[in-house]
Design a protein around this ligand. Sequence first.
Ligand SMILES: [Zn+2]
Length: 387
Amino acid sequence: MELFDLLARLHSKREESLRLLQGFVELESFSHDKAGVDQLGKHLVEVFSSFPVQAECIKEETVGNHLRFQLGEGKKQILLIGHLDTVYPRGTLERMPFQVDGNQAKGPGVIDIKGSYVMVYHLFELIADLDLDDYQIVWLLTSDEEIGSPNGKKIVKEEAARSQVVLVLEPATDRGALKTARKGSGKFTLEVKGISAHAGLNPEDGANAIEELAYQITKIVPLADHSKGTTLNTGEISGGQLFNVVPNYGSAIIDVRVSELSEAVRIETAFRELTVRNPRTQLHITGSVYRPPLVKTEETNQLFQLTQEIGRLLGIELEEAMVGGGSDGNFAAETGTPVLDGLGVFGGGAHSPEEFLWIDSLAERTALLYGLISTFIQRDYFGGDVR
Ligand SMILES: [Zn+2]
């Protein structure tokens, strides 16, 4: 079937798509709610049991279980990445119920990332027509992506390392652009211990932790390098008890974003090398650049151009974007396997009470994803080499 006809067929599945989406959205799956995440996982296994897939539940103790679906058993693996968790705590649905309004669907997680489950559902229907002899398609859903994948990242890297390509089903930008680069993220905490004393009677006996902290912050600010995309934000500070007491404690939490791996190293080194000005205070630094940057490579560029070519067959002119936020695509890219991110649906207001999905993006981006995967297979895009 021509891709354009296939798009029309997908558009005609609107009611079925919305029913599926509602089922996914109404199972709330906040990152810190293991029971909720696991329940959504069970539901997905049930829904996808109508396909010839192998479903594997990767058990976790504290966070939700991860899920892995596999279609086909060929040597070459195409990895699709999504996640089960959302940023919305249980009960959010009461204020933010699933709703359909014209071309918009609203509800917690509609674009990030439950709309993509509907895409994969239709993808698996379509892929039954393809010859998967040499390929397997793996759809990995981590349970803790929204909190930086503390547990999921290991599995993401293992799967990415044995894949030919990684397609991340995070939402596209609000304008529908794909994500060919993402910044890496870091979090650092500075704690200063001082000595308390009366501000009037014996201030000289004290060691002011807040003053020391303020000094350290002035050392951190110049670490930013906008020409390289490195930014720092001192976003939280605390300390002190009363204005007339020399404070014995102060702390600051700093957000770091980097576009280049070398910058992650530079920033981590600089934090480790901070030293106190007042020798009667103590400085304790924790943190790291926990998510590496997803750097655009030549392979990513070729993938993007191929996707653009397929987009034109569907009548869309795809753009690309570099974004500040991270995803599991960042961890996948660390393995050297080419990664294309933002291949999911789109709308607006991700992570906010206004989150919405453009309903027609479901069909459009499913056709695009199918077009891309079928092109990989039909053109033997990866050649004879198996990673
Ligand atoms: Zn997401």
